[in-house]
Design a protein around this ligand. Structure first.
Ligand code: NDP
Ligand code: 8X3
Length: 249
């Protein structure tokens, strides 16, 4: 397979599973994230001829641009960009939320995603590549405490649809994948390391796994070139919809 994929947030969860999926199938994979040790382990497992690791904080645009410029020639022609790095922080309602956490979610989930996409777009157009954005059901269905996290994901979904429109005629494919309850490090991060809360949330729910979403990304990226999946909402069978809340005097 003579193709290259760049996956952000490849140190854990969906990103790590997707990196594994594509590297195992013989793609060249550029993996990014802040935890350099995990990226190095991935290179050690698959070999430096198949995997290039770029460790940076994606909120730091200069560091991100420098890391992209430093990608070795063998990995520089990126065919598929997976914008996966992201996080939720906190579950407090807006009136009790931490503004710094809100800013971190916006900077990571929205601003950084836009900056990286902007940097890679010319090459993706040249190669008729693909962009896969990891959004969330939280971008479509509001829930208490989801406030800014949900808003960043609504942004990701709408940005994906806008890109589709702008890229009309270029052959570049754009997909917004919108997962529901998935067991990764997501809840550990959201709760600032509360393993008990994370275990409790997923217990008995048979949540989505990293491998499930990796397989979804694989499917989307390997469809015949005349097909584009615009939006893909994925939930575990155990998750569905509930009603509105009503406050009474
Ligand atoms: P994880 O916490 O397991 O993985 C998140 C990844 O994002 C990590 O690799 C982390 O790398 C990276 N990341 C976070 N902040 C930064 C940063 N500032 N700079 C660089 N990399 C960063 O969670 P998931 O795999 O679940 O999350 C992946 C995506 O899926 C996110 O966008 C999330 O919002 C979305 N999602 C998750 C769902 C879920 O229920 N799990 C459901 C729907 C969507 P590192 O810490 O090494 O920097
Ligand atoms: C993660 C899904 O429902 O926890 O994006 O917000 S949810």
């Amino acid at each position: 397979m003579d193709k290259t994929i760049l996956i952000t947030g490849a140190t854990s969860g969906f990103g790590a599973a997707a990196a594994e999926r594509f590297a195992s199938a013989g793609w060249r994979v550029v993996v990014t994230g802040r935890r350099a040790d995990r990226l190095r382990q991935f290179v050690d497992r698959h070999g430096a001829d198949r995997v290039h690791a770029a460790a940076f904080d994606i909120r730091d645009t200069d560091a991100m641009l420098a890391a992209i410029d430093a990608i070795p020639p063998a990995f520089a022609d990126i065919d598929v960009l997976v914008n996966n790095a992201g996080l939720a922080l906190g579950t407090a309602p807006a009136q009790r939320a931490d503004l710094a956490q809100w800013r971190q979610m916006i900077d990571t989930n929205a601003t950084a995603l836009v900056a990286l996409t902007h940097r890679l777009l010319p090459g993706l157009i040249e190669r008729k590549g693909a962009i896969v954005n990891i959004s969330s059901i939280a971008g479509s269905y509001p829930y208490t405490g989801g406030n800014v996290y949900g808003a960043t994901k609504a942004f990701v979904t709408q940005f994906s649809l806008g890109l589709r429109s702008d890229l009309h005629g270029t052959g570049v494919r754009v997909t917004s994948i919108e997962p529901g309850l998935a067991e990764t490090e997501f809840t550990l991060v959201r709760t600032s390391g509360d393993q008990g809360a994370s275990d409790k949330l997923y217990e008995g729910a048979h949540p989505i796994t990293g491998e499930d979403i990796a397989e979804t990304i694989w499917w989307v990226a390997n469809l015949p070139p005349h097909l584009n999946i615009n939006r893909l909402e994925v939930m575990p069978v155990s998750q569905s919809f509930a009603g509105f809340q009503i406050h009474r005097d």
